[in-house]
Write a new protein. Structure first.
Length: 257
């Protein structure tokens, strides 16, 4: 009798153990499916965000390209025609040559500026060349301003391959940094440091008047928009500035990118 009871208890214990094991396997399988589904949803969300980011960048660049073509084809041609008329006036009126010469020079300078702006807006011009070379070329152009000293340091130990989106956004942000300095900083010295090993980073410093980051002025500088554009390619964007102590702007590739 005792043997039958013990055997019954053993059978019940085995059955309960099997049920618990079966439930455990079901729970483990369910958790595995949930994790797999979560990863799938997360990956789809990432893919969608990448597609959206690419679309945003392409749309922005198309608008800039259209503006570039309008400047080159319309404004550029009109300035060329006006300058042509001025040259004819100089031939027909030699006594006005000196006066017309200053106008002709101004038109030539304006035409050159429009051509530079047109080239800067058209991404095909810098996508055909190395990104770092395009940045160095732009800094060389800015450095021609007599009242401004520009120092450029690039630590390119290894060759880095940028995606098209990275090239576009990095160069556009660099242009915006330079534009802010030239328009607002009243700086006499600009320093640009670029490092690509192991991750890309660009630091731009100026010795200008600086500004209060908590003041409304920061919005007029488009810093929020610049930060959003950096996020489109998975980069970090930071600004440090104090009144009368210059500004430092950093664009860096995220470690987990």
């Amino acid at each position: 009798m005792n043997f039958e009871i013990a055997f019954g208890i053993l059978v019940v214990f085995i059955l309960v153990s099997l049920v618990i094991l079966f439930c455990g396997l079901l729970i483990k399988l369910y958790i595995h499916k949930v994790k797999k589904y979560t990863r799938l949803i997360y990956q789809k969300d990432i893919d969608f965000q990448k597609t959206l980011n690419t679309t945003i960048i392409e749309t922005q660049e198309q608008v800039l390209k259209n503006i570039s073509q309008d400047l080159h084809d319309d404004a550029g041609q009109q300035l060329t025609f006006i300058n042509f008329q001025v040259e004819h006036l100089k031939l027909d009126n030699p006594q006005m040559g000196e006066s017309l010469e200053s106008i002709s020079q101004s038109l030539s300078n304006l035409s050159s500026s429009i051509r530079d702006i047109s080239h800067a807006l058209n991404n095909q011009l810098f996508l055909r060349h190395d990104l770092l070379q395009a940045i160095a070329s732009e800094l060389n152009r800015i450095g021609k301003v007599k009242t401004l000293q520009v120092d450029y340091t690039c630590s390119e130990i290894t060759k880095k391959v940028f995606t098209i989106q990275e090239q576009i956004v990095i160069y556009r942000l660099f242009q915006e940094m330079m534009n802010n300095i030239l328009k607002h900083a009243q700086a006499s010295h600009i320093e640009v440091f670029i490092n690509i090993d192991p991750l890309f980073s660009m630091v731009v410093k100026d010795n200008g008047i600086g500004f209060d980051l908590t003041a409304p002025l920061k919005n007029s500088l488009g810093l929020g928009n610049m930060n959003e554009r950096a996020n489109l390619i998975g980069y970090e964007f930071e600004v440090h500035s104090m009144v009368n102590q210059g500004t430092t702007v950093t664009l860096a590739e995220k470690i987990n990118n």
